[in-house]
Design a protein around this ligand. Sequence first.
Ligand SMILES: [Zn+2]
Ligand SMILES: [Zn+2]
Length: 271
Amino acid sequence: MLGCMAVAMTVLASGSKGNCTLISAGRTRLLVDAGLSCRELLRRLALGGESGSGIDAILITHEHSDHVGGLNVLAKRLRVPVYMTGATHEAYRRYARDSSGNCIKLERLERFEAGRAFEIGEVTVTPFTIPHDAVDPVGFTFRSEGIKVGVCTDLGYMPASVKHHLHGCQILMIESNHDLEMLRGGPYPWAVKQRVMSRVGHLSNDALADFFTTDYDGGAEYLILAHLSEQNNHPEIARMTAERALGEQRNLVRNQLMLATQHEPLPAIRL
Ligand SMILES: [Zn+2]
Ligand SMILES: [Zn+2]
């Protein structure tokens, strides 16, 4: 029975072309975001020995298509509740269409509010507000069996409230979106560059490094750099920037650094 109580996380995909992460604790299995096609998402789940029929719920961080692109088909297929904030659901309903161009109605919708924790099976989920250009974007922490897991991408900067929520995570998945020099010199139109760099855009390698040197508690056994830009970042730059920042801290020997990618799932992390 012991193995059955473990908390685990598998990043199935991370980046501007699609996001999805599996969190499991005991017999409870949750998907965070559904930004891959249903078929690809189920294929990646199967690679890790999981199946769609084991999923209990889908939780959505915000309405951008790289987070909800596969939601409609997936929710129909799995017949599980979809958790999102009321405002995110409104935005989703307004813009999302099925393959025939019709409006989408989620059959099992559960609304939550940022700042209010709730339970799904054996997991306590705490959604918290993040600064991003969506209507009501959130990050999540998940607690079960004394283990805390944090998932936080798509944020322009790290407000004190976010740092507070991420305190004490044993597994922390956090955005390291772009290298500022690569973004500035890269191919994006100026308006898009400005959006990415803004307070409601995406977290740069340097901004994350800043968090690591000044506020991070150093307690995570696994740190996952996530939502890396394929255009404006390089995995080695992201890794080096994070390692340098973490190296300045003591007590960080336990931190295993991993980089989430767009095109294949990371191996499962189990605690
Ligand atoms: Zn995103
Ligand atoms: Zn986004």
